[in-house]
Design a protein around this ligand. Sequence first.
Ligand SMILES: CC(C)(COP(=O)(O)OP(=O)(O)OC[C@H]1O[C@@H](n2cnc3c(N)ncnc32)[C@H](O)[C@@H]1OP(=O)(O)O)[C@@H](O)C(=O)NCCC(=O)NCCS
Length: 180
Amino acid sequence: MLESEKIILRPFEEKDLEKWTSWFNDKDTTLYMNKRVFPNTLAQQKAHLKNSKVDKNNVQFAIVLKNEERSLIGSIGIHKIDWVHRTGDISILIGEKIGLGKGIGKEAIKILVNHAFLKMNLRKITAGMWSENIGSKKAFEANGFSLEGTRRKQFEANGKFYDSFEYGLLRDEWEERQNV
Ligand SMILES: CC(C)(COP(=O)(O)OP(=O)(O)OC[C@H]1O[C@@H](n2cnc3c(N)ncnc32)[C@H](O)[C@@H]1OP(=O)(O)O)[C@@H](O)C(=O)NCCC(=O)NCCS
């Protein structure tokens, strides 16, 4: 379990499945996600939970508030972990709208990046996002990630094209930021 002043990152449990499933069916939450196209089911989410417990190349956490109810608010994980090159790709979602725009995204990324570099011994973390996803861009930039490349018109939605922004953070860069 990982924690900061406002939030806790803990493993997902069966009791979380209903909320977790619903986030991927919400048109606002998935506005800039490929998940927006196909419906998500409880069975799919359950299978994903089961798989995430044994898959050594993915780590998945529930984001919960440090309130009395320990309210489940979102998810964050490191995926496609490459243990040879020591890289991994972060994805994050604040699924409960009440949690948006309160610095929770920034804080969750911060805790997970610390964990990735200090405990998992990764060397580089990447993150990809749709060019219009300003909240995501800012949350990663606030944690020291920089834009490494752009894939032009990578995504298409509602008759519009969106670039894919590829962000990255090296452990060296992260260490330098800790000393500032
Ligand atoms: C992207 C996301 C994780 C950001 O989480 P959040 O907790 O709302 O973000 P924070 O409150 O930490 O804000 C981070 C920064 O982005 C800004 N921001 C947040 N949402 C924004 C929005 N919709 N439009 C513009 N700016 C926004 C904040 O003001 C803050 O700016 P600052 O660093 O200058 O203070 C959240 O919007 C989300 O889960 N969206 C749906 C799923 C998604 O798109 N995931 C990312 C896929 S890569």
